[in-house]
Design a protein around this ligand. Structure first.
Ligand SMILES: [Zn+2]
Ligand SMILES: [Zn+2]
Length: 88
């Protein structure tokens, strides 16, 4: 699969979905963290099985652990569990 480039750095030729296993719908893989502290979010490759990926810049999920010590690094309104839930 050929990936479009966000900037002059090439995007890796393979991407693995970062979401919890899901039987249908779009797969999402973070391509690049764009956040410099101002809430820019990150660039994500999104694709459905058998279709070429698209790039999208999405804000981060606002979820954190109850103590606030860890934050979810997926995009806003993602499906599946928050990343920090895997480390509790
Ligand atoms: Zn997936
Ligand atoms: Zn989340």
């Amino acid at each position: 699969m050929a990936y479009p480039a966000v900037d002059d750095e090439p995007v890796p030729g393979t991407a693995v979905c970062d979401l919890d296993h899901h039987p249908y719908g779009e797969h999402m893989a973070m391509v690049r963290d764009l956040d410099t502290g101002g809430g820019e979010g990150a660039a994500w490759a999104r694709w459905e099985d058998g279709h070429p990926p698209r790039l999208d810049v999405l804000p981060y999920c606002p979820s954190t652990t109850p103590s606030g010590s860890d934050a979810c690094w997926l995009f806003e309104k993602h499906r599946g569990g928050h990343t920090w839930e895997h480390y509790l």
